[in-house]
Design a binder for this molecule. Structure first.
Ligand code: NAD
Length: 263
């Protein structure tokens, strides 16, 4: 814990128990922030809390479901009660949900994806804003290239719609909260090595309908490999810190130009 760019700041990281959220929680803590690791999987959140403690940082783990109003409200107030402020919110928890044709997608699957990815983002901001307003702060929302540049994943209609909706919501929030010195931005990662794929229910119909994506050899500046949560964490740190003080209402792609080539 050598660098203290975020000393004295308090951060909430939703979906902080795995993947992109875990990477960001560690990076924010490394730079001095106290981190509330919020995840619906208690064990995962605890493990990240312990990892931060081993690195000499300060964290708390809270089990909460971002799609449940009371659960999010209580989680956020726990962090505010303990540290008496909230400066940074990384609204990141999300699922791929079921990838299938629109015809076959159940109403229940549509609702689950919207409730976690889109309503969860709304609820996280709703309950964090009263604390952020006190001194200003930074909100970062994890959207995706899906729904913003990539439309070739046939079967991902609910996921892509939720990710596009997050960007519209981010822009409204940035306008609404500017007067309180609260910046709001979205990040749009391409493929990042995390656990999200394991939980994706891709039906045979979706597999069949998917447009095969052939990536022309040597065409990517990064030779097209999936990114790492650590690379995304660098961007989250930048958007959370004062180094990005003029950046708000923006979506930032982090995908090695993958989506320019195959979008
Ligand atoms: P992940 O599965 O590794 O981590 C997601 C975490 O969120 C898990 O710990 C999970 O328990 C938690 N979570 C899920 N639903 C929750 C809920 N209702 N309440 C609280 N916590 C919940 O996945 P990841 O890839 O790190 O995904 C993080 C975000 O990044 C998601 O919003 C995802 O859509 C987005 N994203 C991921 C990729 C990728 O390639 N991995 C690309 C673009 C965008």
């Amino acid at each position: 814990m050598s660098q203290q760019k975020l000393n004295g700041k308090v951060a909430i990281v939703t979906g902080g128990g795995s993947g992109i959220g875990r990477g960001a929680a560690l990076r924010l803590a490394e730079h001095g922030a106290k981190v509330c690791v919020l995840d619906r999987e208690r064990e995962r959140a605890n493990m990240v809390k312990e990892e931060i403690a081993r690195l000499g940082g300060e964290a708390m783990a809270v089990e909460a479901d971002v799609s449940e109003s009371e659960s999010v409200r209580m989680a956020i107030s726990k962090a505010a009660d303990r540290w008496e402020r909230i400066d940074i919110v990384f609204a990141n928890a999300g699922i791929n949900g079921t990838w299938t044709t629109i015809e076959d997608l159940s109403e229940e699957d549509w609702d689950r994806t919207m409730n976690i990815n889109l309503k969860g983002t709304f609820l996280t901001l709703k309950y964090a804003i009263p604390f952020l307003k006190k001194q200003g702060g930074s909100v970062i929302i994890t959207s995706s290239v899906n729904g913003n540049r990539i439309f070739s994943n046939i079967g991902a209609s609910a996921y892509s719609t939720s990710k596009a909706g997050q960007v519209a919501f981010m822009q409204m929030a940035a306008l609404e909260l500017a007067e309180y010195r609260i910046r709001v931005n979205a990040i749009c990662p391409g493929a990042i090595k995390t656990n999200i794929g394991q939980n994706t229910n891709r039906t045979p119909e979706a597999e069949e309908a998917a447009i095969p994506v052939e990536y022309p050899e040597g065409s990517s500046p990064l030779e097209h490999h999936a990114g790492s949560p650590e690379q995304v964490a660098d961007l989250v740190l930048f958007l959370a810190s004062q180094q990005s003080s003029l950046i708000t209402g923006t979506k930032v792609f982090i995908d090695g130009a993958e989506s320019l080539l195959i979008g």
